[in-house]
Design a protein. Structure first.
Length: 350
């Protein structure tokens, strides 16, 4: 089998994980990178020993690649992905898929019409704790969940928001929900199924001097199965207190996936019959607010697992575990919370 020729579009912080993952997969050649800032692309290529770098995405995408990963700011995802579809390239895009549903729909349609594979990075699905919960549902040991909860209590400061694209509606598309919380919305819908109705509110309660997007959100979500869930997400906590995704079935069995410290997933509550186990995670002896670089390091193995799974899907001619349509569903929930907050009314997703 010939090597899969891959490239990365966007060479910001998260692209480091992509480069390390791609270079670790047998039969994959990372042959080039592209970034609108030529010096940054050149420096990134030199750091990883990558032969090519190009500031023009169009010429880069027509350079004989088979697949790309996309690490550009959220609002530019559509432009890159649709262009890749025109060139017949498989794409794995960083979350969120886009910042509007119209963009997401155009991306999904372009990739499907081109007959290429389209995945979106939700690497937390690849945590053993997250996969264990999904397997318990699939195997019937945990019944179909009837109740779910997301509680996200992270800390962010002015330094984090100092990057010029962060904290603005036009360059980030959202705040605590769209950037951080969407990971857990994805897990919630992976466990509970298709969301059909959302009611929520967002506020900027702590970081208003440096951002215009939300730092706090609350919501309720109804699912096609009849299940209901709540979401509470914020970046206002000092120290951060972690994130928990909780589900419970009609027999009263419950399970959680908890991220604490940030970047590390655990099972801390598991009451499946005959398998009961509990674990205390919070501790003053743990650095609850590690720097972003350390968070990315902790997530690196799971970036690698998802990127490896995507490569396997491309080779096998099947959809990856997390598709563009899956990512569109998570985005729809987040955007519905934003709309509900603006109107004060529930939003139907069907």
């Amino acid at each position: 089998m010939s090597a899969l020729r891959t490239g990365i579009v966007g060479t910001g912080k998260i692209a480091v994980n992509h480069a390390m993952a791609l270079q670790a997969i047998p039969g994959v050649d990372l042959v080039g990178v592209s970034d609108v800032e030529p010096d940054r692309a050149a420096a990134f290529a030199a750091r990883f020993g990558i032969a090519g770098h190009d500031p023009d995405p169009e010429s880069f995408l027509s350079s004989g690649l088979d697949a790309i990963t996309v690490c550009t700011p959220h609002p530019s995802h559509e432009r890159v992905v649709v262009a890749a579809a025109r060139h017949g390239l498989h794409v794995l895009c960083e979350k969120p898929i886009a910042v509007t549903l119209a963009e997401a729909d155009r991306m999904v349609t372009a990739m499907e019409e081109a007959g290429v594979r389209f995945g979106v990075l939700f690497q937390r699905r690849f945590w053993p704790s997250a996969a264990r919960l999904r397997a318990a549902i699939d195997e019937g040991r945990l019944g179909p969940p009837i109740v779910g909860t997301v509680t996200m209590r992270w800390g962010r400061d002015a330094e984090y928001y100092a990057e010029p694209w962060r904290g603005r509606w036009d360059t980030e598309g959202g705040g605590a929900l769209l950037n951080q919380g969407i990971h857990y919305v994805d897990l919630l819908q992976w466990y509970l199924g298709t969301p059909v109705r959302v009611y929520g509110a967002i506020r900027t309660l702590k970081h208003g001097d440096c951002i215009e997007v939300e730092d706090t959100a609350v919501a309720t979500v109804e699912f096609a199965s009849g299940a209901v869930a709540t979401i509470q997400a914020g970046t206002t906590f000092a120290p951060g207190l972690g994130t928990t995704v909780f589900v419970s079935d009609a027999a009263g069995q419950a399970a959680t996936v908890t991220e604490y410290p940030e970047g590390t997933g655990h099972t801390d509550l598991w009451t499946v019959k005959g398998e009961e186990a509990y674990r205390q995670l919070l501790s003053t002896g743990i650095d609850a607010d590690p720097p972003l670089s350390r968070i990315h390091e902790g997530l690196m193995p799971f970036h690698r697992e998802q990127i490896t799974e995507f490569v396997t899907a491309v080779r096998e001619g099947r959809d990856p575990l997390v598709t563009g349509r899956d990512a569109r569903t998570a985005l729809a929930v987040v955007l519905a919370i934003y709309e509900s907050s603006r109107t004060g009314l529930p939003v139907d997703l069907t």
